[in-house]
Design a protein around this ligand. Sequence first.
Ligand code: AGP
Length: 609
Amino acid sequence: MCGIVGYVGSRECLDIIFEGLAKLEYRGYDSTGLAVVGKDSKIYIEKSEGKLSKLRPLLKNLPQIASVGLGHTRWATHGAATTANAHPHVADKLAIVHNGIIENFRELKAECEAKGAQFKSQTDTEVILHVLIDLYKNNRDMKKTLLSLREKLHGAYSLGILVEDEPSTIYFVKEGSPLVLGYGEGENFFASDALAVVEHTRKVVFLKDGEMGRMTPTSIELWDEEGTSLEREPLTLDLSSFHIGKSGYKHFMLKEIHEQPAVMAKTIQRLVDVDKGTFNEAALGLDAIDVTKIKAIHIVGCGTAYLAGVIGKYILEPIVKVPVQVELASEFRYRDPWLNEGTLVIPITQSGETADTLASLKHAMEKGCQSLAICNVHFATIPRTAHGTLYMEAGPEIGVASTKAFTSQVLCLYILAHALAAKLKHDIPVSSVMEALKALPPQVEHGIGLGPVVEKISQTYYEVQNCIYIGRAANSSIALEGALKLKEISYIHAEGYAGGELKHGPIALIDQHMPVIALCPKDRHYDKMMSNIEEVRAREGKIFGIGALGDLKFQSICQDFIGLPQSSDEFLQSIINVIPLQLFAYHVACKRGTDVDQPRNLAKSVTVE
Ligand code: AGP
């Protein structure tokens, strides 16, 4: 999604803003720009399509001693990724940057054009600018202007605004998209993510929807949507969770794949006492939930988070003994689901800012549901909205393709299921659960150790045009996740199917040119899955098997085979099974020369619906 950085202080701001934008590159973008206020109180701006590296040489055209400025990385929603569409947008002595999407921009644009406004871009953001100009020229008071602006805009809009009448002031508005304020000494900041300001200050305020204000080098003033002044106590961030670096790996994605055993171990240690067989209910977020009221569970999420939720359904329903539904967050609220105080809604989200997931959560809470978020980012919007949060503590995930967050979410769901069952006095096989959990990190480590084997196998597949993944039960979701990983970083068309579904249509795609990646661990679905694999072989399909270490029967029918350690628990096995698929997608993408950490068209956090 778009990234915003603002600075007002006494230092030269070009590098501060530019480096802040660089910290936000992970959000995904396709153009960028920067505006500063010169010592003559005039606004100067440079913009470019493409990456920050294209903007950097243009900065020499800006006043080098400016100490008030705004920067932006744009992820295109309205209008192509061009310099004209890049932010900031400037007109009539005002400059604006925006993260979000204005749903009524067409009507507003028509109103502005009728008043003579000249547009230079195709963006909804420029429409906001002209509405702002029209309001401001009538009252010459930016606070009043912003209060009036809110009445006209429908949609999501976090804004940063410069106005030449007030050269040492920046205005900001928060609605729908994240915005955090950084409180410095003689300087102040704001950004879409604390990552962009944390090297300068750890004192931050995460704005809530409807909040807005202005900052100068020595003051920050906040008010609500009625214009009433607000006091917000800054939080002090824990720096350790902001240590971002590749630690010697070629890509963040590879680093994050390799971090999984440690994340697993830390998660188990934090949420469970494996020796006593007890659960840390506070860390699980259960202290905010009345479990006796739970009559049904609805899981909502997008993309990989949704796929973790699909596995969550397989885990939770038999263990917690209530109906569990899992739905795409972008669809959930539009079917008007039957929800009430007996429903526990579980939004799963790495970033905590995904717009569809947030909207689903709010919809469910308006219906009286209890809510327990599973999230990886403290103070993000979704955890601040839900009743309780199970923080994944997986560390920052920078690669757009989610890896350690996915396995962390599945593990958290597994532990949550057993903790809920224990709290509800259901019988659970505590000792076997604890044994399976203790064995998991080294089993995941073993899978990662097969990286060189997977890289060699990827040599055979990196030029294919299509790929099918199949699996049964929880592994049907792993098949979908493996396909999503390959699609999103290598741009190869890949689909995942439940093994039993193949013969109901997709098998028409199988021939000697169609690689099929088959997940077939030694579990209760083994025989049926082997039948599905034989159906593929009978049509000359090439099998890349992901199975049990030592399963010579399965290995003998595969063109390529990866043997993995077997967990005693089929749900934890799904975590082990996804590791070679993550590595496979990674190595195929590397061989295809794509941008592994920031794949085309994608964003790490999709904060528009
Ligand atoms: C997965 O690799 C993608 N990056 C994407 O599907 C992602 O999982 C989805 O956008 C949800 O993001 P969230 O977990 O931050 O809500």
